[in-house]
Design a protein around this ligand. Structure first.
Ligand code: ADP
Ligand code: ZN
Ligand code: ZN
Length: 732
């Protein structure tokens, strides 16, 4: 071939790739084939990085930087962007907010298989049919293959149908497919059969007003607080709003707390909406997660009910976002990229230009303030929906009363009366295990975790010790390790011990304990409650029982261990305790029978309890907001917490001191508190300290961090510690 070799034109543009590495920048690569173009943004690439290969996302394209000598090349994995417009922009926002590398934020947002570079999951449903050869061979087949062929001779069938018609059909199908007698084919995009939409109850006046207000607000961004006690019918309002959204041909995303996504909840949504409802929660396998993600991206998923991480789902046809129990702590991610799903959902709703409804019986103080300042429209449901009546609350002063497993005679009597009248009782204690401390009565020794500054919890009726902070376990000693005495006593009571005491006192009824010890899996909990039924009986439980799971015959809720929450150093402790009390109390009397709530305390005159009981949650919230304002705490200030841990406390302190200097050197006015010991100064063998940043405005806080973080990352002290930054921390 003659003529000069054509010189390859230098690539005009390079990719700026976000990689999952802890470096706050993008990395440039050249396409291995073809040219970089704007259509690449949002696609994944596989690139060499040092000696490794990484999967990242193209976040931008730009002319090559002349200073960079030889750019390495990467391979594009997607033919169309995976992270499209709004989602990529919202993730950029999150990276700026969390002061985290975009690549790590993207990695948090993507399901594992996509993070690892696998193709976008298939969302087709699959069918099976006989081939020509199969039709000929069919009469000669025997056994299970024959029965499968019989079914397919009538009609081609989808996999769900086969599963109901023939047990272990897959093996037979594989065998026949190996001989090319049957074949698998993709059905039209999955539209799992949905039941006809069932009609719900007629809305009461307040519910109707709420639905009307949502309708009147139209389709653009508009935040709402739907504020109503448990059982006031908030979910009915969501269902109407979602139905409206579906009627407009749009997608709806519903976020629920980790323990709120029960099979019951899903069933209710499925039965009422008449479209498939996709669920996303921590119990799903990687495959299911990836399929749901793909179904959202393709617009096939119309309604998604999910926990925290569902806030990252792509919503190309978004129409509505709902956050149920918006105050719930499980919406905040406590490690890695520390985001709050509620706050990020608000960012997304704004970017998507759709309405967002925050629902709660006990709204967070942040949200209440946004409602009272007019930033959110405030919709209230004051009455319980339907026929249910509000429970009667009684405070039981247990000072000087004889207690058994921490339970007073009045409590036992109230349980007995409930059982006599055919009802069920719930005894709530937010502490699992047998007892929180093992103590030597002779010398005062107590069992401490060797790796944490915390006592070990007694389990298994006193035979085992377990640390709830690092998971360490060991058998309980028979004799005191210090004095050799035999007077070891389990102090205090957890759910196990309460269960034991109640079972001994009420041997004729079932006593069911629900906590993380008895129910690792969410369907296990439902199974246990189904067996428990509605006959007279006693439930003992932790926070896991505070919501979800309708308990129609629950007549009494007795709360013990209130006092532990009354005197905590955490400024959010009163808010959390008030929310928990209201939520648990709300479990009583959901059906026709009015419920009763018994609060057992040594501090009946504590202002928190008095305000809560006499004025309800809103009176408490008003008072608490006043205190927060006076003390300069959120929502009247904005906080960020820098945490550091190391084997040596000095190293953690040295790092935080240097970080403090770097922040001060920015010249931006900011309050800096610390370094201080963390609430648990030693955990799993690490010494922990923290530096608190506080400002009355959000902007200077972020400006100071933006200015100081490059220097902080480069500190020599940073190499000797593990450190992290938490903007808007919820546990200080
Ligand atoms: P929330 O979400 O506020 O706890 P739900 O929407 O779950 O309340 O309603 C509580 C119970 O009351 C449910 O069993 C629901 O079916 C019923 N309910 C809700 N609204 C009405 C209504 N307008 N009329 C009759 N029953 C209702
Ligand atoms: Zn001793
Ligand atoms: Zn420990």
């Amino acid at each position: 071939m003659g003529g000069p070799m054509p010189t390859a034109p230098a690539p005009a543009l390079v990719w700026n790739v976000a990689l999952p590495v802890p470096l706050p920048r993008l990395f440039d690569y050249r396409p291995a084939a073809g040219e970089a173009g704007p259509g690449d943004i949002g696609c994944r690439v596989r690139v060499p990085f040092g000696t490794r290969e990484l999967v990242g996302v193209i976040a931008g394209i730009a002319p090559p930087d002349d200073a960079t000598p030889e750019l390495r090349t990467g391979e594009r994995l997607d033919s169309a962007p995976l992270l499209q417009g709004e989602l990529l922009e919202s993730l950029r926002w999150l990276a700026r907010y969390a002061h985290a590398p975009l690549g790590e934020v993207v990695a948090t947002a993507l399901p594992a298989s996509l993070r690892q570079g696998e193709p976008l999951a298939d969302t087709h449903a699959w069918g099976w049919r006989l081939t020509e050869a199969g039709r000929t061979a069919w009469p000669r087949l025997r056994g299970k293959p024959r029965r499968l062929a019989d079914l397919l001779a009538d009609a081609e069938r989808d996999e769900d149908a086969l599963a109901t018609l023939l047990e272990d059909w897959r093996g037979a199908a594989r065998a026949l497919a190996g001989r090319a007698l049957v074949e698998r084919f993709a059905l039209a995009p999955a539209t799992p059969r949905a039941p006809e939409a069932a009609t719900g109850p007629v809305l009461n006046a307040e519910q109707q007003q709420a639905v009307d207000a949502l309708r009147a607000a139209g389709t653009g961004f508009a935040p709402f607080l739907l504020d109503g006690v448990t059982g006031s019918g908030k979910t009915e309002v969501y269902l109407h709003a979602i139905a409206d959204c579906l009627a407009r041909g749009r997608q709806a995303l519903v976020l629920v707390p980790e323990i709120g996504l029960t099979p019951q909840t899903l069933r209710r949504f499925r039965e009422r909406l008449g479209v498939p409802v996709h669920a996303l929660h921590s119990g799903l396998g990687d495959g299911e997660r990836a399929r749901t993600w793909a179904a959202c991206l393709r617009g096939e998923a119309r309604v998604i009910v999910g926990t925290r991480s569902a806030v990252f789902l792509p919503l190309p046809a978004a129409g509505l976002i709902v956050i149920d129990e918006e105050h719930d702590g499980s919406f905040k991610q406590l490690d890695g990229i520390r985001y709050h799903a509620r706050d990020f959902a608000l960012v997304r709703a704004k970017a998507l230009d759709v309405p967002i409804v925050l629902g709660s019986a006990t709204p967070s103080l942040e949200t209440l303030r946004n409602a009272s300042s007019g930033r959110y429209a405030h919709l209230q449901l004051r009455a319980r929906a339907g026929v249910a009546r509000s429970p009667r609350v009684r405070v039981c002063d247990v000072r000087k009363r004889p207690l058994e497993a921490g339970l007073s005679p009045e409590l036992f009597e109230a349980v007995a009366a409930t059982l006599r009248s055919g009802g069920q009782a719930l005894v709530f204690k937010n502490r699992r295990g047998y007892a929180p401390v093992l103590l030597c009565h002779d010398c005062g020794w107590s069992a401490q975790c060797t790796r944490c500054d915390a006592p070990m919890t007694v389990h298994a009726g006193g035979r085992r010790l377990q640390c709830h902070h690092c998971g360490a376990r060991r058998p309980a000693p028979d004799a005191c390790p210090d004095c050799g005495g035999l007077a070891l006593q389990a102090q205090g009571a957890g759910t196990e011990r309460i269960e034991e005491a109640l079972a001994a006192r009420f041997p004729d009824v079932p006593v069911l304990r629900i906590d993380r010890g008895t129910t690792q899996r969410r369907d296990a909990l439902e199974q246990l409650l189904r067996e428990f039924g509605t006959a007279p009986g006693i439930l003992v439980g932790t926070q896991m029982l505070a919501k979800g799971h309708d308990l129609p015959n629950l007549a009494l809720v007795a709360v013990v261990g209130v006092d532990e929450g009354l005197f905590s150093a955490d400024f959010r402790a009163p808010e959390k305790l008030a929310q928990l009390l209201i939520q648990v109390a709300g479990r009583a009397g959901r059906a026709e029978r009015p419920g009763e709530v018994l609060l057992q305390t040594h501090h009946p005159q504590h202002p928190l309890l008095e305000t809560l009981l006499n004025g309800g949650y809103h009176a408490f919230a008003q008072a608490e907001l006043g205190q927060r304002e006076a003390a300069g705490f959120p929502p009247f200030a904005h906080l960020a917490l820098m945490r550091a841990e190391a084997k040596q406390l000095d190293a953690a302190h040295a790092f935080l001191h240097a970080a403090k200097v770097a922040l001060r050197d920015t010249g931006i006015a900011l309050e800096l508190h610390g370094p201080l010991p963390a609430p648990m100064p030693r955990r799993a063998g690490y010494q922990r300290a923290q530096l608190l940043l506080s400002a009355t405005e959000r902007r200077p806080l972020h400006a100071a961090l933006d200015a100081a973080l490059p220097a902080i990352h480069a500190l020599p002290e940073a190499r000797r510690v593990r450190w992290s930054l938490d903007v808007d921390p919820i546990d200080l």
